[in-house]
Structures are given as structure tokens and as C-alpha cells.
Design a protein around this ligand. Structure first.
Ligand code: PLP
Length: 412
């Protein structure tokens, strides 16, 4: 059974909006997704009925807020088939989750001349933390090559991994070309070399069934706002056995059990809280975790298989329809079996920003630029690209309208 987009769209208040007198067509889902009223209402309900800080007070509101917040952790753990909610660390998003591993695990475990293996297709948030850590620890960051069609060059990956590699950090799905990496295969090679594997799931967790146990990975980072949830909340899955090799990320309340002050020496001795709270300093994003729990419920109700198939259908349809536009070049593979619903393209004679502005005049939101993945654009010899990316509420009719607009640009 396919997905009922009209029922789904009715849940998203933003689709009542008109942009330049046109119905809103939102094709920038890789950047962030729209929010259903269930998520919006869960946040409103929290503030109207349960608002208090978590873990601290014994009063009713604090108990309720704590229960909601911790239930959210459990729901998110189930969503990715983690063994327990204790393996979920809340973060602000994918970026903070990757930084957490780079600092908490990296500073403690990396030594001079150790190697970190990433790839040319990474988002800046899976490049810059490793570049920063490698400078501090005098390590080397290696980049596995990407083929012309945007797939990972597996030979190069195998050549670059060795016993010196301590961590492989790689995206599950490229946010530019939408290629799905073979994480099971990559993880197996990483483990054979005694390396850990961190998966950047920013573009996979929202769109497909991701099972951390089946993939056999050590860390998974993802963002709530890319999967119907609010901004400012995300998660890091951390296999429990790695906690003992990780120092706190930030210091403050929540992450601490005791701060014993020695009045004589005027020094404090700290006892850390248990993980995952050891890695969550300060008041957490409580309404964020609750909103994300609601988003997960919403996606579960649809079923991730349906989400995935719907996006495949849209991608295939877009490839077919874009053939009518002679001035369009799609970047990366056209093999839908390797991809999810992210399509980067160039328009002959126009910059990506011009194409995006033109589309905007017709109420169509697409992304332009290099999508925080400048190295991949350099590999493709592109200054920038335009990008459409789909989600559960997008329809074939919207793609028809988009192609119509592109044809108008061609004539123009
Ligand atoms: C593959 C990938 N990794 C990481 C990020 C960063 O996500 P956030 O900005 O939510 O931390 C993004 C955002 O677009 C992404 O697409």
C-alpha cells in the first residue's frame, strides 16, 4: 500500500500557506522538514501543562517533565533498535553528536599518528570536528575517494584503512547526491581493523529503517528537525561498552553526581553522573525531546518502509520527468536503487541561486549552494548545485509543477 499524502498533508499547517500566491511546494527536506500539528501540539501541551525542569525536583511537575523526557529517550532508542535507552545521548543535533564523539572519545583515545578515516562526500559537520581533533592530537584525517557517480570508491576506502585507523566516520546517506552507503560492509572492514565506526545518520534515520544492532555500528548521530521534530534536538547512539572510554563532553549540572569541595585546599572533586546523563550538561531541551518523541510516533504510524518507498517513487519520477529539460544536468548516479530522495542538479547557463530564486517565485523551495559539502563539490568540479529533496508530504503533482517551472526557465 502506498502512502496517503492528502491525509498526511492535512496534518501540516504550513501547507495552508501561499508563497507569491502559489501553493507552497517544499523540496528542501534535506535541510529541515516541516512539522505536523501533533509535534507542534506536544510542545504546546508541555508548556501549558507540564513545564518544569527535569531530574531535579520532587514536585509533581518535575516528575511529569522527567517522565516525558525519559520516555522520549526510550522511544528514540526503540526507533533505531538500540538495546536500551541508556545508549541514547540527547544532543542539539547531528553536528553536536559528532563533536561529542570527537571530543569525549577522540581526546581520550587518539594518539599521535593515529588515523581517522572519513570520505570526500561528508557534510562539513563530519569533517571539521575531525580536522580540529587531529590538530590537537597530531593525528591524520584520511578521505576515502568518491566515484564520478557519487558512490564511495570502495577500493580506495580499503586502501586507506589500516590498523592505524582508530575511527571511521561516514555518512549513511550523502546530503548532496543521496547515495546510500553500505554501512554493514564498511563497518565490518572497520572492525576487522580494530577501528570503531561512527555513522552520520542525518539523512538516513528520517527516511529509512535504521537498525543499529543489525548494522553493528558503534555510534550513530542524527537530528530531530530533519525527521518532523523540532530544531535544537538530536541524538547520539553510543554502544554502551564505549562509555568507559569516554570523558565528559561539557561540564555543568546534570552530568555530575557530586562536587565535593575541600574547604582547606579550596579544590573540588567531581564524581560524574552515569551515562548517558554524564554527557548531557545543563538543562536539556525538554520540549525538544518531547516533540521528537511525537515525530517518531508519527513516522512509526506511517511505517518507515512506506516512507522509503514513497521517496523512491518520487525520485524515479523526477529522474524520468527531468529528461524533458534539456538544460538540466543531474549530478551523481541515476540508479534509484542506490539512492534516496535527494537530487542535485545544474541548469546550463544559470547559477544554482538563480534557479532557486526563480523557483521561489512560483512557491517552490529548493536549496542552492554547496549544501555544507564543499569538498564534494570540488571533487565534482562544481561551484555549487541546486538540490531538491523529498519527504512524506511531497507528491507527483508537485514534481510536475516543478518541471513545468523549469521548462519556463528554459524558455525564459
Ligand atoms: C549528512 C549530514 N550530516 C550532518 C548534518 C548536520 O546536521 P545538523 O545541522 O542538524 O546538526 C547535515 C545537515 O544537513 C547533513 O545533511
Amino acid at each position: 500500500m502506498s502512502l496517503n499524502t492528502s491525509d498526511i498533508r492535512a496534518d501540516f499547517p504550513i501547507f495552508r500557506r501561499k508563497i507569491n500566491n502559489n501553493p507552497l511546494i517544499y523540496f528542501d527536506n534535506a535541510a529541515t522538514t516541516q512539522k505536523p500539528r501533533q509535534v507542534i501540539e506536544s510542545i504546546k501541551n508541555f508548556y501549558e501543562n507540564h513545564n518544569a525542569n527535569v531530574h531535579r525536583a520532587i514536585h509533581t511537575l518535575s516528575q511529569e517533565a522527567t517522565e516525558l523526557h525519559e520516555n522520549a529517550r526510550g522511544k528514540i532508542a526503540q526507533f533505531i533498535n538500540s538495546k536500551s535507552s541508556e545508549e541514547i545521548i540527547f544532543s542539539r543535533g547531528t553536528t553536536e553528536a559528532i563533536n561529542l564523539i570527537a571530543y569525549s572519545w577522540g581526546l581520550k583515545n587518539l594518539k599521535k599518528n593515529d588515523e581517522i578515516l572519513i570520505s570526500e562526500m561528508e557534510h562539513h559537520s563530519n569533517i571539521v570536528p575531525w580536522e580540529l581533533i587531529s590538530k590537537r592530537k597530531e593525528c591524520i584525517v584520511n578521505y576515502a575517494r568518491v566515484n564520478n557517480d557519487g558512490t564511495l570508491n570502495f577500493e580506495d576506502f580499503k586502501n586507506k584503512i589500516s590498523k592505524k585507523t582508530k575511527i571511521v566516520s561516514i555518512s549513511h546517506v550523502s546530503n548532496v547526491v543521496g547515495i546510500v552507503n553500505e554501512i554493514k560492509k564498511i563497518g565490518k572492514i572497520a572492525h576487522e581493523n580494530n577501528s570503531l565506526i561512527l555513522v552520520d545518520g542525518a539523512q538516513s534515520v528520517p527516511h529509512m529503517k535504521v537498525d543499529v544492532r543489525d548494522l553493528d555500528i558503534d555510534f550513530l548521530a542524527f537530528s530531530g528537525h530533519k525527521m518532523l521534530g523540532p530544531t535544537g534536538i538530536g541524538a547520539l547512539y553510543c554502544k554502551k561498552e564505549h562509555y568507559e572510554n569516554m570523558d565528559p563532553f561539557q561540564g555543568g549540572g546534570e552530568m555530575i553526581k557530586e562536587v565535593n569541595f575541600n574547604m582547606k585546599t579550596q579544590k573540588s572533586e567531581c564524581v560524574w553522573n552515569e551515562p548517558p546523563w554524564k554527557f548531557e550538561a545543563g538543562t536539556p531541551n525538554i520540549c525538544g525531546s518531547i516533540g521528537l518523541m511525537e515525530a517518531v510516533k508519527y513516522l512509526n504510524q506511517i511505517g518507515m518502509d512506506k516512507v522509503w518507498n514513497h521517496e523512491k517513487k518520487l525520485t524515479k519520477y523526477t529522474f524520468d520527468r527531468l529528461q524533458e529539460c534539456k538544460k538540466i544536468t543531474i549530478h551523481g548516479s541515476l540508479d534509484v536503487s542506490l539512492k534516496c530522495g535527494i537530487i542535485p542538479f545544474s541548469f546550463q547557463g544559470l547559477s544554482s541561486h538563480d534557479v532557486a530564486l526563480f523557483a521561489d517565485n512560483f512557491g517552490i523551495m529548493i536549496r542552492s549552494g554547496y549544501h555544507c559539502a564543499q569538498p564534494l563539490h570540488q571533487v565534482f568540479n562544481l561551484k555549487s548545485s541546486a538540490r531538491v529533496s523529498f519527504y512524506i508530504y511531497n507528491t507527483l503533482e508537485e514534481i510536475d509543477r516543478f518541471v513545468e517551472v523549469l521548462r519556463e526557465i528554459e524558455h525564459f
